[in-house]
Design a protein around this ligand. Structure first.
Ligand code: PBG
Ligand code: ZN
Length: 303
C-alpha cells in the first residue's frame, strides 16, 4: 500500500518501462491482406480503403520483390475475379508468381465463394434463396486444394458454413497436402465493419445479408462453440474477426484453447484508425495482442 507501493517507480525511464513491458508487437506475426485482380500492369488504389490497392499478378510480384520477408508474417490473398467462377485460377497464379520471386514469404489464401458467385454470398445458393450448406463444402474444398497445389502455405476458409474445416482437411489429406495447415475464420461476426472490404473485393451480397451464417455480434459463448468445432474438425489456427470490437471474445478464447489464435483487424477498423494516426494504430495492435491474439491480420502490416 502507498507510500510503500509506488507503481510509478517502474515508469520512470524508457529503459525501465521497456524492462517491464508485458506485450510486444512482432512484425513476423502480422499478416497483410492483399487484393488480386485480373489483367496486367494494374496497381489501382481502392477507393473505400485509402492506402490499399488492387494488384494484377505481375504487379503484385513486383511489389513483393521489395518486401522484407523477415519483417512480415506473410500475405493473405483475396481474389477479385472478373469471371465469377469458383474454379477461377487467379489466386493460384498469384501464389505461383509470389513464390517465384520470394519463396520465403508466407502465403495464406482466403477461401470463400462470395467473390466467385453472382449473388455474392459465401456459399452456393438454392432455388429457395437459402444457402446450401453441405453442397457448398465440396466447392470450397476444391478451391482450397487448388491453392495448396499452387503452393499456398496456409489455407484460410472464411465462409462460416458448418463442417467446412472437416471437408477441406479431408480433401487436402487425400491429395497429398496433409502438411498444409488451416487457419479457420472460426468466430466471424456479421459485422458492419466489413463495409469497405466488400467494395474492395466486389463481394457484397446482392440480396439479403450474411446473418444466417456469420455470427450474431451479441454472442460470445457461441463463438467458443464455433472455435471448439473448428479445432475438432482439424483447424490448426483459429481466427476471431473483427478484432478491436471483439477483444473479450479473443481473451475468452485465449483462456479456453491452446491453439494459436489469430485476430483480423478488418477494413472498417483500418479506415477508422487511419484517421487517428500511427500511435493509435500501434495501440490498437497492442490491445489485440494483449487480449490474447498470437497472430494479427491487418492492413497496417506492411506500413
Ligand atoms: C469474405 C470476407 C470478408 C472479409 C474477409 N473475407 C467480408 C465479408 O464476410 O463480408 C472481411 C475483411 C475486411 O473487412 O477487411 N468472406
Ligand atoms: Zn465470403
Amino acid at each position: 500500500m502507498f507510500p510503500q507501493t509506488r507503481l510509478r517507480r517502474l515508469r520512470k525511464s524508457p529503459q525501465m518501462r521497456r524492462l517491464v513491458e508485458e506485450t510486444r508487437l512482432d512484425p513476423c506475426q502480422i499478416i497483410q491482406p492483399v487484393f488480386v485482380v485480373e489483367g496486367r500492369n494494374i496497381e489501382e488504389p481502392i477507393r473505400s480503403m485509402p492506402g490499399q490497392f488492387h494488384f494484377s499478378v505481375d504487379q503484385l510480384a513486383n511489389k513483393v520483390k521489395g518486401l522484407n520477408e523477415e519483417k512480415l508474417g506473410g500475405l493473405l490473398l483475396f481474389g477479385v475475379p472478373e469471371k465469377k467462377d469458383p474454379k477461377n485460377p487467379l489466386v493460384a497464379q498469384a501464389i505461383q508468381a509470389i513464390k517465384e520471386v520470394k519463396p520465403g514469404l508466407l502465403v495464406a489464401t482466403d477461401v470463400c465463394l462470395c467473390a466467385y458467385t453472382d449473388h455474392g454470398h459465401c456459399g452456393l445458393m438454392g432455388p429457395d434463396g437459402q444457402i446450401q450448406n453441405d453442397a457448398s463444402l465440396e466447392v470450397l474444398a476444391e478451391m482450397a486444394l487448388g491453392h495448396a497445389q499452387a503452393g499456398a502455405d496456409l489455407i484460410a476458409p472464411s465462409d462460416m458454413l458448418d463442417g467446412r474445416v472437416k471437408v477441406i482437411r479431408q480433401t487436402l489429406d487425400e491429395n497429398g497436402f496433409a502438411e498444409t495447415p488451416i487457419m479457420s475464420y472460426s468466430a466471424k461476426y456479421a459485422s458492419a465493419f466489413y463495409g469497405p472490404f466488400r467494395d474492395a473485393a466486389h463481394s457484397a451480397p446482392q440480396f439479403g445479408d450474411r446473418k444466417s451464417y456469420q455470427m450474431n455480434p451479441a454472442n460470445r459463448r457461441e463463438a467458443m462453440r464455433e472455435i471448439a468445432a473448428d479445432i475438432e474438425e482439424g483447424a490448426d489456427i483459429v481466427m476471431i474477426k473483427p478484432a478491436l470490437p471483439y477483444l473479450d471474445v479473443i481473451a475468452e478464447a485465449r483462456r479456453r484453447f491452446d491453439v494459436p489464435i489469430a485476430a483480423y483487424q478488418v477494413s472498417g477498423e483500418y479506415v477508422m484508425l487511419q484517421k487517428m494516426g500511427e500511435e493509435a494504430v500501434r495501440e490498437s495492435l497492442i490491445a489485440i495482442k494483449r487480449a490474447g491474439a498470437d497472430i494479427i491480420i491487418s492492413y497496417f502490416a506492411d506500413a
